[in-house]
Design a protein around this ligand. Structure first.
Ligand code: SF4
Length: 293
């Protein structure tokens, strides 16, 4: 059984760190918190409300729920939650579900179209309500899964940005839970008995690739507990000289006046042994062995 106040403290600390690291919230912000009725967004709303009580800066929160017209979507459950916690809120209803059904052929995944339509509705509503930011509930595990998914299936090394201005410049999306562990969020949400709305009402196929990657990370984490934290840390400690991105290297060269590859620190070039980078050199030094190759 998790200690609720310890969990809350840990989550508050993670959110505060991300907010500080990326300047996610500023004085005078009016933040739309997108609440779907899942554990992540309820937790996000709770944490932002707690932070608002004691923050040295002044910001407003408006919780927003979007009913996309999925059959049986119980928007009233989310609305009752907003009322019970006393947050200003707005309930939106747009039948994007029928649009998705019309546009996406049977058997194809509906999520890309559905989420694009949802984003459009939220962006418009935020602009109309004068919100300066839109807070989303993506957490550490979403970020690291996206990193691996992107590397494995799209051939790009990227994840989800902690803050992002929309293409038309009208909105800024923020992700205050970027450092928060999903297992903490799940335990906190269960302990708080948030009224979870089922997320399979749209009838979409589960994203099998994400499921696979999630499973892989879980498997590796069972062997080595630091795996998730290390993946997150990897996003904060990019070493351009040990990548092959010429654009990135060009930017480094422009900023430092040095060739980013030529002047790089030398690395071990083993033959696929299973030490993590850095572990091998530590062992060599411990053994007092020569590093000649
Ligand atoms: S799971 Fe359903 S509601 Fe969520 S993005 Fe996919 S289609 Fe839309």
């Amino acid at each position: 059984m998790h200690d609720l106040s310890k969990l809350e403290k840990r989550l508050l600390r993670a959110a505060a760190e991300a907010i500080r690291d990326f300047d996610l919230i500023e004085n005078g912000d009016k933040i739309m918190v997108a609440v779907s009725g899942g554990k992540d967004s309820y937790t996000l709303l709770h944490l932002l409300m707690r932070m608002r009580e004691r923050a040295p800066i002044d910001f407003e929160l408006v919780a927003v729920n979007l009913d996309q017209g999925q059959p049986g979507y119980p928007a009233e459950i989310v609305e009752r939650h907003f009322q019970s916690v006393g947050v200003p809120y707005r309930m939106l209803h747009r039948d994007t579900y029928s649009v998705v059904r019309r546009l996406v052929p049977e058997g194809k995944t509906t999520c890309p179209v559905c989420s694009r339509l949802r984003r459009g509705v939220l962006y418009n509503a935020a602009a109309e309500m004068g919100c300066t930011k839109i807070a989303l509930g993506h957490h550490r595990d979403d970020l690291i899964e996206t990193l691996l998914l992107s590397a494995l299936y799209s051939g790009a090394l990227k994840s989800m940005p902690p803050k992002l201005r929309s293409d038309d410049g009208r909105n800024v999306v923020i992700r205050p839970l970027a450092y928060a562990a999903e297992e903490d969020i799940a335990a906190f949400s269960a302990a708080m008995q948030f009224p979870i709305v089922p997320c399979d009402l749209c009838g979409s196929q589960p994203n099998l690739r994400r499921k696979r990657v999630k499973g892989l990370i879980a498997e590796l984490s069972a062997e080595h507990a630091a795996v998730k934290g290390n993946l997150l840390h990897a996003l904060k400690r990019v070493v351009p000289s040990h990548l092959l991105d010429r654009d990135l290297a060009g930017k480094v060269a422009a900023a430092t006046g040095k060739d980013p590859w030529l002047d790089a620190e030398e690395d071990e070039d083993g033959c696929g042994v299973d030490e993590a980078p850095g572990e091998a050199s530590g062992l060599v030094k411990l053994a007092g062995a020569s590093e000649d190759r």
